[in-house]
Design a protein around this ligand. Structure first.
Ligand code: HEC
Length: 722
């Protein structure tokens, strides 16, 4: 029985033993195809094709891609996984360099009409930047076009918001049938526009862009919550990924920020108009409830929308010393999880609510509930009386919540009374709670994942999580949810400690409501401000968790002389073992919360450009770099990826003179010689000729660059292969 802790552990141990014996063997994969093909839990939960048209893979935001045959844990760990290629950076806005907050999207088999004419059937990655650019980048070498080549790039905003730091923050969404991508951008006057671009050429579709103006949103009958007014000329955050109804007609856009309340807008893409709106508070003077999480709204197969709302920073400041929240009023849905239905004509209607028992305390201290997006998981109906679930994991408090999303417990008029105790009295928590005692409360209550639990400290750099979880139906049938965040050294400390990655199980029983149990934590990894985890597997097997971390606290600048360098991690989803991580400095400076996109054996990371990782790093990259390096004085010969014919005699001498001073030291911020040597020669050459080490290779000619690069790359082979 799954609800019995001991037998579950035994079960798990048995699974681990089986997976060890079989791991990496072909039989294993075949077996799994036979056993788990068409498992009902998969339907709707996993992304099905290699296309990735929306944030976190699906409208439900499940973050699980179950058709990844190449990137098994063994392959990712093998040493042949590495950088394949890099695109050009996206455009600058004046002197502001590009930063990608939006996650990359992907379309395979697209016919593109770029500057060089028409090219059929390309795999294309789409990237949007805070500087207001959107680019289509060739993902696989084809038709004479190298991987990494820019197919088209458009500047959507002449004067982007925040001087190019806030032009486009949200992940766009693609309508494959109409061949369009929708992108929302913000210009200098803080006006918001929805662009619809032709995927093939980047050209604006006729009649677009559409203004998301105060006038349109404030028209009678649009807002479904009270008399709140959509502001104009105010610095809101439109960071939430866009979502699109299954028929492609309704586009959903979430807003958050200070000092206004959160808003969800629905846009009719057929008639090109704002069709509906829901303000998180009914009154304009209650500036709470921002919907600024990077995941935007999630949407289930019925077209119902789910959002988690925040508190208010300004409120918390004003309220120092007291609860700091507005007196509770009807229609104030800050610090809540909401279900909204989209009715006739695109009108939004409130259909379900939940606020945690402690929404007053946490809300008063700006410990947002809605710093992440809830994910929607459908269980096989025979497994549970509550098969349609919602899991929320990205709260600043570091808690995870489980709800029956079709039977949400709250009133549709106002939240329950404030409470101090999770299970006593009128304000008791109404989410699906574990029967177990939670140590932090000494009684039953919500599950704290990233600690220490506090309802006093948790804003800014003290926040524990801002992400959207990812789901996996594991090989042993269990329903697992991966959460990223950052535990803190103490209640009043902003220092990040492990865990940064945790796994929660949805414990199911045919006769009892499901609940969440903390299943495993990754004990070593420190994440400082991670993006949402993404899970890949082949069917249910060979699962890997991918995590991008900007690697600095939330308040750190992403600009300036020495901007932070993010890191990408790959972990075994079952053992939580770290399989691979990018080398320090390998990723370019980036935005925040931009999860990687994994598809067709490659991992695309948005930094200030697209950087692609995969297996057999040496092969695919040749085309792109060889053409860019052609004609440069220090350029390598085109067979740079193989040592054949390269004279490495000078290698050690050059390394001592030029590199050892830094790379032979034990310093956390400089990759060690050992780490350099694990890169392949072509990557080393790239770093020395076009990348961050250009300065240190100044004056070396092509033979010398090749000599040091190939000597380094070969030195590792000599050490590691007996
Ligand atoms: C003054 C110190 C310094 C010197 C000299 C120096 N490096 Fe670096 N190197 C760094 C630092 C710091 C980083 C990490 C940050 C970055 O990539 O900018 C780095 C990063 C690298 C990387 C990228 C590692 C990765 O995984 O992406 C490579 C490759 C590299 N160096 C090679 C060399 C080689 C080869 C030389 C000699 C020709 C050299 N460096 C000289 C400081 C130095």
């Amino acid at each position: 029985m799954l609800s019995d802790g001991r037998s579950t552990r035994r079960h798990r141990k048995r699974f681990r033993a089986v997976s060890l014996t079989l791991r990496g063997s072909l039989y294993c994969c075949l077996l799994v195809i036979l056993i788990s093909a068409d498992s009902p839990a998969k339907a709707g939960n996993a992304r099905l094709s290699s296309d990735n048209l929306t944030y976190h893979g699906t409208a439900q935001r499940t973050g699980w891609y179950d058709n990844e045959g190449l990137l098994t844990p063994a392959a990712v760990k093998s040493g042949s996984f590495g950088l394949l290629w890099e695109s050009e950076p996206l455009g600058y806005a004046g002197t502001t360099p590009p930063r990608l907050f939006a996650a990359p999207l992907y379309v395979s088999g697209l016919d593109v009409t770029g500057e060089a004419g028409r090219t059929d059937s390309l795999d294309v990655v789409f990237a949007a930047s805070a500087t207001g650019f959107i680019a289509a980048i060739n993902a696989s070498a084809a038709g004479g076009l190298p991987a990494g080549a820019t197919l088209w790039q458009r500047r959507l905003l002449d004067r982007p918001c925040g001087n190019g730091t806030r032009g486009i923050l949200s992940t766009p969404v693609i309508d494959r049938r109409l061949g369009r991508i929708y992108v929302v951008g913000c210009d200098e006057s803080r006006a918001w526009h929805v662009h619809a671009l032709d995927l093939a050429s980047g050209a604006s579709v006729d009649g677009w862009p559409l203004d998301l103006s105060a006038e349109a949103v404030n028209s009678p009958g649009i807002n479904a919550n009270g008399d709140n007014r959509f502001p104009s000329g105010v610095a809101m955050l439109q960071r939430g990924a866009l979502n699109l109804s299954a028929d492609g007609r309704w586009l959903y856009v979430a807003f958050g920020g200070e000092p206004i309340s959160g808003w969800l807008l629905s846009v009719d893409t057929l008639e090109r108009r704002v069709a509906g709106a829901f303000s998180i508070t009914a009154r304009t003077d209650e500036g709470v409830g921002g919907l600024w999480a990077s995941g935007g709204p999630s949407m289930d197969s019925d077209g119902d929308l789910y959002v988690a709302s925040g508190s208010s920073f300004i409120n918390a400041l004003e309220g120092m010393g007291n609860q700091g929240v507005y007196p509770d009023s009807d229609g104030n849905w800050s610090q809540s999880i909401l279900r909204l239905t989209s009715g006739a004509g695109g009108r939004l209607r409130l259909a379900g609510t939940y606020a945690p028992f402690n929404y007053c305390q946490a809300g008063g201290q700006d410990i947002d509930l809605g710093s992440g997006t809830p994910i929607l998981v459908d269980l096989p109906p025979e497994d549970s009386p509550n098969p349609k679930l919602l899991i929320h994991g990205g709260s600043k408090q570091g808690n995870a919540y489980l709800l029956d999303r079709k039977r949400m417990p709250g009133s549709l008029v106002r939240r329950q009374a404030c409470a101090e105790d999770p299970i006593k009295g009128a304000g008791a928590d109404t989410s699906l709670l574990s029967p177990d005692i939670q140590p932090i409360f000494g009684t039953r209550g919500p599950l704290n994942v990233f600690g220490p639990y506090s309802d006093r400290v948790g804003m800014g750099d003290f926040a524990k999580s801002r992400t959207t979880p990812a789901y996996l139906n594991a090989p042993d049938g269990r329903h697992l949810v991966y959460l990223t965040g950052t535990a803190k050294a103490a209640e009043e400390s902003s220092e990040s400690i492990p865990p940064g990655l945790a796994r929660v199980e949805i414990v199911v029983n045919p006769d009892e409501p499901p609940y969440l149990r903390l299943d495993a934590i990754q004990p070593d990894l420190i994440l400082r401000n991670p993006a949402s985890p993404v899970v890949t597997s082949f069917n249910r097997n060979n699962a890997v968790v991918w995590v991008f971390d900007v690697n600095v606290p939330r308040s750190a600048s992403l600009y300036g002389e020495d901007p932070p360098r993010p890191l990408l991690y790959a972990l075994d989803a079952i053992s939580l073992e770290l399989l691979w991580r990018s080398a320090p400095g390998q990723l370019y400076p980036s935005g925040k919360y931009n999860e990687p996109l994994v598809t067709d054996g490659r991992v695309f990371v948005g930094t200030d450009r697209i950087q692609a990782f995969g297996l057999g790093a040496a092969m695919e990259r040749q085309g792109a770099k060889a053409s860019r390096l052609h004609g440069r004085r220090a350029g390598p010969s085109s067979n740079a990826s193989s040592s054949a014919g390269i004279d490495t005699t000078n290698g050690p001498e050059l390394y001592e003179a030029r590199c050892a001073a830094c790379h032979d030291q034990e310093r956390a911020d400089v990759p060690s010689r050992h780490e350099l040597a694990r890169l392949n020669a072509a990557v080393l050459v790239e770093k020395l000729t076009l990348g961050s080490m250009q300065g240190h290779a100044m004056g070396l000619d092509a033979d010398e660059v090749n000599a040091v690069a190939h000597w380094l790359a070969d030195s590792e082979t000599a050490v590691t292969s007996p």
